[in-house]
Design a protein around this ligand. Sequence first.
Ligand SMILES: Cc1cc2nc3c(=O)[nH]c(=O)nc-3n(C[C@H](O)[C@H](O)[C@H](O)COP(=O)(O)OP(=O)(O)OC[C@H]3O[C@@H](n4cnc5c(N)ncnc54)[C@H](O)[C@@H]3O)c2cc1C
Ligand code: FES
Ligand code: FES
Length: 1252
Amino acid sequence: MSAARLTGTKYGCGSGGCGACTVMLSRYDPLSARVLHCSANACLLPVVSLHGAAVVTVEGIGSTKTKLHPVQERIAKAHGSQCGFCTPGMVMSMYTLLRNQPQPSLEDIREALTGNLCRCTGYRPIVDGFKTFCGISSELFHMNGVLPLDPSQDLIFPPELMLMLQKGGGGRLCFQGNRVKWFSPADLSDLLELRAAHPNAPLVVGNTNVGPNMMFKGDVHPLIISPGSVMELHTVSWGKKGVTFGSACSLSEVKEELQGAVGRLDPEESRVFQALLNTLRCLAGKQIRNMATVGGNILSADPKYDLSCILAAADCTLQLVSKGTPHQTIRITTSSTKFPTALTLTHGVRAWEFVSAFRQAQRREFAFSIVNAGMKVVFKEGTDTVQSLSIFYGGMGPTLLRSTQRKPMRLSWNEGLLEEACRLLAEEVALPPTAHGGKTEFRSILSLSFFFKFYMQVVQELREKVGYLLTILHPSHIQMVSEIQSSKDPVGRPRVHIAAFQQATGEAKYYDDLPAVSGELFVFMVTSTRAHAKIISMDFSEALRVPGAVTFLSARDVPGQNRRLWFNNTEELFAEEEVCCVGQIIGAVVAESREQAKRAAERVRVTYDDLSPVFFTIEEAIQHQSFFNPKRKLERGNVDEAFGKVDRILEGEMYMGGQEHFYMETQGLIAVPRGEDGEMDLYVATQHAAFTQEVVGHTLGVDSNKITCHVKRLGGGFGGKVMKIASLSAIAATAAYKTGRAVRCVLDRGDDMLITSGRHPFLGKYKVGFMNDGTILAADITYYSNGGSTLDESSFIMEKALLHMDNGYKIPNLRGHGLVCKTHLPSYTAFRGFGGPQGLTIIESILHEVAAECGLPAEEVRAVNMYSEEESYTHHRQPFCPRDMVRCWDECLEKSDYSSRRLAVQHFNATNRWRKRGICAVPLKFGIGFSKGFYNQGAALVNIYKDGSVLVSHGGTEMGQGINTKAVQIASRILGVPMSSIHIKETCTGNVPNAAPSAASFGTDAVGMAVKDACEKLMKRLEPVMKAYPKWTWSQWVITEAYCQKISLSATGFFMGPHTSVDWEKSEGAAYYYFTFGACCSEVEIDCLTGDHKNIRTDIVMDVGKSLNPALDVGQVEGGFVQGLGLYTIEELQFSPDGALRTRGPNQYKIPALCDIPPQLNVHLLADSQNPNAIYSSKGIGEPPVFFGCTLFFAIKEAIAAARRESGLNGRFALSSPATVEKIRMACVDRFTEMVCFTSKPGSFTPWAINV
Ligand SMILES: Cc1cc2nc3c(=O)[nH]c(=O)nc-3n(C[C@H](O)[C@H](O)[C@H](O)COP(=O)(O)OP(=O)(O)OC[C@H]3O[C@@H](n4cnc5c(N)ncnc54)[C@H](O)[C@@H]3O)c2cc1C
Ligand code: FES
Ligand code: FES
């Protein structure tokens, strides 16, 4: 599509895991004479498989130049597009749904979006926009004047294709590429011919298994047979025994057919279908289900795949065929070399047969199962005597694990059977601790839990409905501007993100959308495979023999310094002699194309000499006393003395895992040498253009005035595009310098995750002294972060953790130490919140423990410790007024109906054994601005042109947060011109120099003030003209008078922010400009048997001062909260024991999807709040809400505690973040967890993955 310049379709992962590349695929079905539309992941669609199909991309349905499609208009107007990188994919999923169902239900919308991830919005506004197609509107978005949906305006299926297919598709097709030959047989007999001639060639239909394996596992198939158009493989036929699906039927087709059957058939008759439907609902996303085939799922024989277990348990059969032999029918578990044409599902299960399927995954939907199971029990008619019991497990080994008792058991379905079956299963399912995939205890326990669930279902004839109704509420309260404000003044109004329409139509350009510069090359990084080693040699001769390879780069090729300098810390661009983590860049290959560069990079041979020690975890670093400097300490009061005065003392620790940014757009840039004076332009995805410019200048040995960085927009940043992108830019610039040609660098998702790393894992060890009423008098906390192999921003991040260790609590004697561990992992870096969430979470964990220890409700203990005096001081002696924090807290408890819901939770827990609920509320005080005072500055340039239009440039970067929209709102207010006359083109170091990074929630504060300053200067210059001609219009003042009077119509603006700083020796200083406050309450429900959890409801009250744009601010609150939801409950990074990141894509690393959002998510902006410190009394809001995800964590912990009490366990227990399904299940100790006991001691074996 890039060759066709259709860049609207985005590439986020290449593995079907994110939905950014969604397109609509239409085919004409000659049998039904209908055109069928389905959404599909373009990244998994081989072009050759599209013969006879029509593909519609986001550009095909509407544009800002012609007419928007209602889907595009509504997602934009509902504020559902922030960075915009996911937006075209969302649009195409919804568009496809509307093509098939112009009046969809909420459930249809939910299903249509299961395969689309968004990292910015938190999904609520996207759904808000789309649910208007069901006739429901919201407060932030009104339907007034929106385009109606008019299906008659939709693109038609190309008549020439229809004609071609009506005539018959023709014969066998053959496509020959450079490396692969692709056959598309004409019919079944042709397929059998081909199959006989090429027995080793894979059959590819959906390409959802073969494709990713070729791309990521290096599978090579010189010849592929694609029977997608063989009609015989697509038939669905009903017979006496049940239904038969052709093996090329897609999973969506199977699902649809079964849904219809379940509606028609008697419930007992359709048990197998229901079980299968339950599985299909959670299996992958909609786009994958549309492409993936039932034959492919079974034949791929991947233990993670879900269908085989349930099909095997239900005794389904496969029909096989091969050339020259009769058709044969076999059970699903029988292997055969013949080719399956169809699958028969039996229905008519008798009243005394029960069949069920189970699966548990890291995320509720759109995630491979960790373990899945299919179970069937047959009773002697009219009795509870078991005749046979079949159990199949997937995910417990490389093949299906079968535990079958087919001979008559003559046991009753009772507790005795349960005990005996679990005992036998425990032996059968035990996994060695080294087993592939890790989580061995969890997986074994899960197998027992599934059986217990099945047992209970059968006993009670329960048919649990797996359903999830989308009832996301609107934000209940947003701030409104005062009635006297001019209707032309946009400040304070929920204005749409200024690029939302371009983002929704795919017109918005990201760095990789820029067309190739003539002669452009591609650079691909070569990274270390060892965690700590000397580089002995690098042989790139093989690499340079790959067609298209141009050159190899290493430290020797750097013309200037092979160093990135940051506050006196240096980091090598290319490792020179030694590597200190897996993923460290040691070289780079430059080639004519992306694929060639990748292929060549794989051929670089590096020999190493391993060095010791090698360690990765915080605990190991503590043992080795391996810490970076400076080590920080903050102290208030006399902690040691206070410990002598308290009623009780408690000691403990809390670990918080790291987090991957997972911005939808991976890091990269284009470096374009200008061929004169060393000038170079970089089109780069950076949050800190000035730093990138500086590093590139040092690397090339060129002054900064020759290097220009251009940043149009980022597809998400979240702090991850500040540091590493500068190194990548320097490497790409070196390649451009060496070759004299433009060079593009776009990291693959896997490399991005490996090389650029993310949020620091933290360990907090604490001792706390408190009174019996929960008042904390003393706390001593030591924070350890895993900094990885270089310092990067780790020390500042640790400082921020320490500066937030008091949250909203006045603990009179408080001491914190902060140590950054140096380990052999890729260097951790900035991530939204910048250590704040970690610092805050440890203190909240302490509050939680103290409440449990005192037997008091947690909210009471929080309230009793909260800052309350009008003039309060933080533990670093910064004065502040906590009034608005307390207001947020009170309002949050009230709006969430906390007290009565707490009682309801208690009642629920008393009446349910295997499901438990928890509820938790926390307050928040979050510092805004940089504690390094010199960063608190902003600059802007505002030009007025002779036609009256205005161009604003500023030093911030637009990454979805809406900084440009707010800047335009501000300029519009001051200049008095409509927003539509003001434009922001890009962030450019040539226009606004030396800008600070867009970070610390300070971007709008800095940039907004600078824009205001520049605009005010211009207005001052125009004032005499305006006074002289009061009746003239803006254009007349500007064109007719000001220009002719030689008044400069260009002005720079500057904002000198506060001189924040901390004296770490004295433990004092005003670290922040001001504080943003808030409070959040969440309720969850856990499934004690599987570890699954449901987020039930979240209420947030946020103090954003006087919001500049309530829609954007609510977007930041919701998006931040949902990122926190991921941080605290789902997102888990896994490293191999030798330090290699295992989670390198969306299929292994799960960020929140639509299914994770609490069905009730209410965001309220605190009314009547002021902030004299920032632009128009607003407050920074980007970072603070991430921390609110911890309410889910502590609510889960409460629910687990309730489950443990059922097992007689009343004491404290450790739970580390994220509270994954595995951890929840393992903490809910019961008889099943005790049945699976592991004898191997930690240290006596090599685990599959380690906690770092
Ligand atoms: C992002 C993502 C998420 C996923 N999530 C899940 C999940 O949660 N649960 C789950 O079970 N699966 C999941 N899958 C896997 C998916 O269900 C399978 O890849 C799919 O069913 C394979 O079908 P296909 O037609 O795409 O196979 P292909 O990739 O085309 O082929 C796979 C194999 O099957 C054989 N084969 C293909 N078609 C046929 C046929 N018609 N008849 C006989 N043999 C055939 C081929 O020879 C080949 O060996 C996921 C896949 C992706 C990419
Ligand atoms: S790029 Fe295709 S699904 Fe992610
Ligand atoms: S707006 Fe969805 S990923 Fe940014």
